[in-house]
Design a protein. Structure first.
Lengths: 320, 55
C-alpha cells in the first residue's frame, strides 16, 4: 500500500509513516483528480442540453457556463477520489490515481475538490441563474454523498441510481439558458441514465475481482456474472426505445431516428452476444466490445441531437 | 547575528524543484485565465453599461 494511504489510515502515532511536508504533485496530477474523461462527457452533454433551449445565449456566457459545469463535475470526481482513496489503492484499475500513488495528499485533494465545488456553483449562479447553480450543487452532492459515500458501498444498484449524477448535465445546460426544465432534456437525462448500467457493468464483469477485493458490492460480485449479463441485456433492450424517444415524440427529426435505431440495435445485439458468451476469451472480448461501443453509442446519439438542434438555428440565420 | 536564530530552510531535491515549478506554472496560468475570464464575462454581462454607475 502506498505511503499516502498508510498515512491516511494510520492512528497518528509517532511511529507511523509521516507524509512528506513538500508536495510531490505535478500539475497534471491535479488535472487527473478531475476525472478528465468524465468531464469530456459532461461538457458535451451539457452543450447539447444548452442547444436544446433554442434561445439565444451570449457565446461568452455559454462558454463560461459549460466551463463552470465541467469544473463542478471535476470537483465531484476529485471528492470521489478523496473519499475512495483506500478502495482505489486496492484496485488495479485505480491504484495509479494521484492519491493512492502518493502524488497528492488526501487533505490536498479534499481542499481542491471543495474549493472547486463552491467556486463553480457560485460562478454559475452569478453568470446565469441560481436555479442552474442549485442544480449543479445538487449534482455534486448526489455524486459525492449519495453515490460515493452511500450507494457505492451499500447496494449492487449503486451505479443504477448513482448514474443519475452523470445524467444531470444536459438538464443543467438547458437550465443555464432558460432557468427551467422541459421534456426534451428529461429524455436526454433518461438516455444517459439507462445507458449507464450496461456501460458500467460491461466493465465490471471484467474487473469483478478488483471490486471483490476492494469490497465494493458491484452487481457481478453480489449477483454473479450470469445475472449481470441478463440485466445488461434488459437495460440494452430498454435503452433502444428510450434512445429513439426524442424523435418518436417529435422533438427532433428523422436523421436522429435512423441513427438511434441503428445504434440501439447494435447495443442490443452486443448485449445479447455478451449474454451468450460466458467463458474465456470470447466472453472477455464481448465485455470490452460492449463497453467500447456503448461509449460510441452515447457520443453518436448526442452528436446527432446536436446536429438536429443546430440545423434549424443555422437555417434561421441564413447560414444554410 | 547568531545563525541559530533562523530555522534552516528545507533543501528541495532537483525532482521536487521540478514538481514545484510545474505546479507554480500551472497555478499562474489558471489565475491568469481566471482574470481574463472574469473580465470578459463582466463585459458580456454588463455590455455598454459597464461604466454606468450613477452615484
Amino acid at each position: 500500500m502506498s505511503l499516502a494511504i498508510d498515512s491516511l489510515i494510520s492512528d497518528g502515532s509517532a511511529e507511523s509513516v509521516k507524509p512528506s511536508l513538500v508536495s510531490q504533485a505535478m500539475a497534471k496530477d491535479y488535472y487527473e483528480l478531475l476525472k478528465p474523461r468524465v468531464m469530456q462527457l459532461v461538457i458535451f452533454t451539457a452543450l447539447v442540453g444548452m442547444m436544446t433551449a433554442r434561445e439565444p445565449i451570449n457565446p461568452v456566457i455559454g462558454f463560461a457556463s459549460i466551463l463552470a459545469i465541467a469544473i463542478g463535475a471535476g470537483a465531484s470526481g476529485c471528492l470521489n477520489m478523496w473519499y475512495d482513496a483506500t478502495i482505489d489503492s486496492l484496485m488495479e484499475r485505480t491504484a495509479k490515481r494521484p492519491i493512492p500513488s502518493g502524488a497528492i495528499a488526501p487533505g490536498e485533494a479534499l481542499a481542491f475538490g471543495m474549493t472547486l465545488s463552491v467556486g463553480s456553483v457560485l460562478f454559475l449562479g452569478l453568470i446565469t441563474n441560481w436555479y442552474a447553480a442549485a442544480f449543479l450543487a445538487f449534482t455534486i452532492f448526489f455524486y459525492v454523498v449519495v453515490y460515493t459515500m452511500w450507494l457505492k458501498h451499500w447496494t449492487a444498484q449503486n451505479i443504477v441510481i448513482g448514474g443519475a449524477a452523470g445524467a444531470f448535465p444536459p438538464m443543467i445546460g438547458y437550465m443555464t439558458v432558460t432557468g427551467s426544465m422541459n421534456i426534451e432534456t428529461l429524455l436526454q437525462f433518461l438516455i444517459i441514465f439507462i445507458w449507464t448500467p450496461p456501460h458500467f457493468w460491461a466493465l465490471a464483469l471484467v474487473k469483478s475481482k478488483d471490486y471483490a477485493r476492494a469490497g465494493v458490492p458491484m452487481l457481478p460480485v453480489v449477483a454473479g456474472e450470469i445475472e449481470t449479463r441478463r440485466q445488461i441485456l434488459i437495460y440494452a433492450c430498454v435503452l433502444m426505445p428510450i434512445g429513439m424517444s426524442p424523435s418518436l415524440l417529435g422533438y427532433v427529426g428523422p436523421v436522429y431516428l435512423a441513427i438511434s435505431t441503428i445504434f440501439g440495435a447494435v447495443m442490443v445485439w452486443l448485449a445479447y452476444d455478451l449474454f451468450r458468451k460466458r467463458e474465456g476469451e470470447p466472453a472477455l472480448k464481448a465485455s470490452y466490445r460492449l463497453f467500447g461501443v456503448s461509449i460510441i453509442y452515447l457520443f453518436v446519439l448526442f452528436v446527432a441531437l446536436l446536429v438536429e438542434e443546430i440545423t434549424p438555428i443555422l437555417a434561421w440565420r441564413n447560414f444554410l | 547575528m547568531n545563525d541559530e536564530t533562523y530555522p534552516t530552510l528545507a533543501k528541495l531535491t532537483p525532482e521536487e524543484l521540478a514538481r514545484q515549478k510545474s505546479r507554480s506554472r500551472a497555478l499562474g496560468l489558471v489565475l491568469g485565465a481566471l482574470v481574463v475570464l472574469f473580465f470578459v464575462v463582466t463585459i458580456a454581462k454588463l455590455g455598454g453599461n459597464v461604466l454606468n454607475r450613477p452615484l
